[in-house]
Write a protein that binds this ligand. Structure first.
Ligand code: SF4
Length: 757
């Protein structure tokens, strides 16, 4: 056996930690944190360690699967693609391209093949029925960022390593390690902030681990973050604390904020959100008076009734308090793959964003960034008529567990004529597929975090090459995606057809770049550049990433004068612990892409929502009704890591957290079996009585419920838990983003069986 050590970036969550992998030949024997990684410096969480068990999981699908009735058969790649070619195009020919729906799951955000080729697959399908996990997650932040700054992922992140006062709303970075903010060892960064005399405040309906470690924790009623934040805005304006700092002269629409804010004095919002008026005032003063401060809001601020307004207000407060685009405040990353013309000092003008260019067939819901709200996917499958979804393609997703009204979606999937899934498990969703195309083992893939480095708290770049060979029965994921794309584009399913699509995609990107005015490669010969990228037989996503790096903000611009020593994939290959490109720097106005070239602080659609829904909700009070919120655990990652015994064993994690006062009212003791009902469903699970949750709120973690027939995940079935999305209501969504309301669902709770009888 040949022992060796390799380094690569962990692909399992948004934190991008560097791993030190010990191998005996191709067998992964040990996973450690890479102490020399320029970003994570040795940090590792339990999920990272479990990469070894994930790699060896006996339930992982290794070869393509074809289903006949309830029986699954191993197939060759050619047989699987022949099955798809025989069944999918005829549906498209008969019923049109919209007869095929697509669902893209969350793991695709850390998967190079998905990031580069999802668009190619979607364009080849030509369907308008695109759905993803974004509308049960971060879509409100994308919408508010798009409207304010001009692009979906122009999201400010906390300059946490230089910050002195950080307010965290609706996030639990001790469990998540950060989201829409790439910060490996987020807990360590928070502790260093506190050690240098800084303060961390957590606002959450639960006393999460992050809240326990914070200097201050404030309970807030679910769904009232926007009310609280507008209270802060009111104080900033009323007390003359507004100072725009680096945003001075770059903010359009401030008078609209001044017009709306008087509706939200602290005394009015306090009884709505549950945080007293003095605390709201002192927080506003502290945010305005601390040089290095900011508010970071995440999942709890998004997956609620006022998701877009709350996401917008996080940035409004940061702007008014002078904390946007300032060292130690909330800043914009300049990733290595941002084009050189972006990093080079533009005027901030762009096309901005537009939504609602088309509407879903059944409920007439608008599209957001090209996709419809996933809460309407079941409607589009169930409802007969032109454009009805008859076939589905899923990529790394499990919507039956992760999207609202699960029982209904499960039944809708069972009614499809044909379904193909790219996945590593036969799970609650892919059990409905007719063909499952497996992704190969993680270590056979190249990895570069195209999306996550764009939200990093330092400018960094790190590429991980494949470190083991594909086995004879494995196929690169990008080739799988392109063979599928070639079938629906009418070009057959051969590897040659996939290669032609790959060439076409690259050539299109290069040709566009050489004609872009002001680009350092303007006027270069596209063919020559493609040849250079393809040296040594390189194909697939690495060629695209190499092109993006070389033409990016730190790139070598293919040898253009003045760019010597710039980045390329070769430079990253020579630096296995990554390349540190420095601390974040102010980027206004060039980071903007709005038509005005300014920050649009009061987008019309958001102002209208404030007037039509938020202001009228100011008379709401807690009324004794229980509401449901979710939660996250460090050892869990949505639904897909529950088949790894070392992550799920031990104390059950899928419990109903309930406050002692509410438990007494319901006659429930710790450990009792409780029944939870919402308008759409009912689940039964063990109660965990704790004062770590505010009275009037109960919590169930999402991603569980692995006891459905037809699933082949032995460990997950043993630790099944219950599916919280049986309770979430597909009718409830944030109208500005189409995002489902997953927090603040009205429920009733009753005792079933006492553990103490
Ligand atoms: S925090 Fe995320 S990236 Fe880091 S080791 Fe854990 S799973 Fe991997």
């Amino acid at each position: 056996m040949t022992k060796r050590i390799e380094y690569r970036t962990c692909p399992l969550c948004e934190a991008t930690c560097g791993l030190e992998l010990h191998l005996d030949d191709d067998e992964l024997t040990l996973v450690r944190g890479d102490k020399e990684d320029v970003f994570s410096a040795g940090y590792l969480c339990p999920k990272g360690t479990a990469l070894k068990q994930l790699d060896a999981d006996p339930n992982r699908i290794r070869t393509p699967q074809i289903r006949r009735g309830d029986t699954w058969y191993d197939a060759t790649w050619d047989e699987a693609f022949a099955e798809i070619e025989a069944r999918l195009p005829p549906i498209m020919e008969r019923d049109g391209r919209d007869a095929v729906g697509v669902y893209m799951g969350n793991p695709g955000a850390h998967n190079l093949a998905n990031l580069v080729y999802n668009r190619v697959l979607n364009q080849s399908l030509g369907t308008k029925n695109l759905f993803s996990a974004s509308t049960v997650d971060q879509m409100p932040k994308q919408v508010s960022s798009g409207l304010m700054f001009g692009a979906a992922l122009t999201v400010p992140v906390a300059d946490i390593d230089r910050m002195d006062y950080l307010v965290i709303m609706g996030a639990n970075p001790y469990a998540s390690n950060g989201s829409l903010m790439t910060a490996p060892d987020f807990p360590g960064r928070l502790e260093r902030l506190q050690a240098r005399g800084g303060t961390v405040v957590v606002i959450d309906p639960r006393r999460s681990q992050s809240a326990e470690k914070a200097d201050e924790h404030l309970f807030i009623r679910p769904g009232t973050d926007a009310h609280f934040l507008f209270g802060v805005v009111n104080v900033l304006l009323a007390e003359g604390l507004v100072s725009l700092g680096n945003c001075e002269g770059l903010v359009d629409g401030l008078e609209e904020i001044e017009r709306l804010a008087p509706s939200f004095p602290p005394e009015v919002v306090a009884p709505v959100c549950g945080i007293d008026a003095d605390t709201i005032r002192s927080m506003a003063r502290k945010l305005a008076s601390t040089d290095r401060a900011g508010i970071y809001g995440r999942i709890g601020t998004c997956t609620q009734e006022f998701g877009t307004v709350a996401s917008w207000l996080v940035d409004v407060v940061n702007i008014l308090a002078g904390n946007l685009d300032r060292e130690g405040g909330m800043m914009f990353t300049l990733p290595a793959t941002a084009s050189a013309s972006i990093g080079g000092g533009g005027d901030g003008k762009g096309r901005g964003v537009r939504f609602g260019r088309r509407h879903s067939r059944v409920k007439q819901l608008p599209e957001f960034f090209g996709e419809y709200p996933v809460a309407t996917l079941a409607d589009e499958i169930e409802t007969p008529g032109a454009g009805q979804i008859k076939a589905l393609v899923t990529v790394a997703g499990n919507p039956v567990l992760s999207t609202p009204d699960s029982d209904r979606l499960d039944a809708a999937f069972a009614s499809l004529e044909f379904m193909v899934s790219i996945d590593i498990y036969r799970n609650e969703t892919t059990k409905h597929a007719d063909v499952i195309l497996p992704a190969p083992r993680v270590l056979t893939k190249g990895h570069y975090d195209l999306a996550l480095y764009a939200l990093a708290v330092r400018n960094v770049a790190n590429y991980s090459p494949p470190i083991i060979e594909l086995r004879g029965d494995e196929q690169p994921e990008w080739e799988t995606m392109l063979r599928l794309a070639a079938i629906v584009a009418g070009q057959g399913s051969s590897p040659e057809a996939a290669a032609a699509l790959d060439d076409f995609a690259l050539v299109s990107v290069v040709q566009k770049a050489v004609t872009r005015s002001g680009s350092p490669i303007e006027g270069r010969d596209a063919g020559e550049l493609v040849d250079e990228l393809s040296k040594n037989g390189r194909r697939g996503p690495e060629r695209v990433v190499d092109f993006m790096l070389r033409t990016g903000a730190y790139g070598d611009q293919f040898g253009a004068p003045g760019y010597e020593g710039g980045l390329s994939l070769a430079v990253l290959e020579a630096n296995p612990h990554g390349v540190d490109l420095g601390a974040l720097k102010p980027r206004l106005p060039e980071v903007l892409k709005t038509p005005s070239g300014k920050i649009e602080i009061a987008p019309e659609a958001i102002v209208a929502d404030v007037e039509s829904r938020l202001i009228p909700s100011l008379d709401r009070r807690a009324n004794g009704e229980l509401v449901l919120v979710g939660r996250r655990d460090l050892r869990s990652n949505n639904s897909w890591m529950h088949n790894i015994e070392i992550l799920v064993k031990g104390k059950p994690r899928c419990t109903l957290q309930i406050h002692p006062d509410d438990a007494i009212r319901a006659g429930i003791a710790d450990g009792d079996l409780a029944r939870v009902r919402s308008r759409v469903g009912m689940v039964e699970l063990a109660a965990e009585v704790t004062d770590g949750i505010m009275s009037g709120v109960v919590s169930i973690p999402h991603g569980w419920g692995h006891d459905m027939k037809g699933v082949d995940m032995e460990v997950a079935e043993r630790y099944s838990g219950v599916n919280s999305n049986i309770l979430t209501d597909g009718e409830l969504m944030d109208p500005l983003s189409g995002n489902s309301v997953l927090n603040g669902i009205p429920v009733t709770v009753e005792a079933l069986v006492s553990a103490h009888a």
